[in-house]
Design a protein around this ligand. Structure first.
Ligand SMILES: [Zn+2]
Ligand SMILES: [Zn+2]
Length: 52
């Protein structure tokens, strides 16, 4: 199963972080290392919450 960065939609392999949406606490946000370093914002697929 492939995982995709929630921000840039690229497939992630080993360098990524996984966090739960702080708003709905249901969806899992995945951020690739690049988006993390650039502090790109993410958007929750469940509730639409956007955060850093
Ligand atoms: Zn990314
Ligand atoms: Zn959410």
């Amino acid at each position: 199963m492939t995982k995709k960065c929630s921000t840039c939609n690229r497939e992630v392999t080993n360098d990524y972080v996984e966090l739960k949406c702080p708003n709905c606490n249901k969806a899992v946000i995945i951020r690739c290392i690049q988006c993390r370093e650039l502090s790109n914002s993410y958007k929750c697929p469940e509730c639409g919450f956007e955060g850093p």
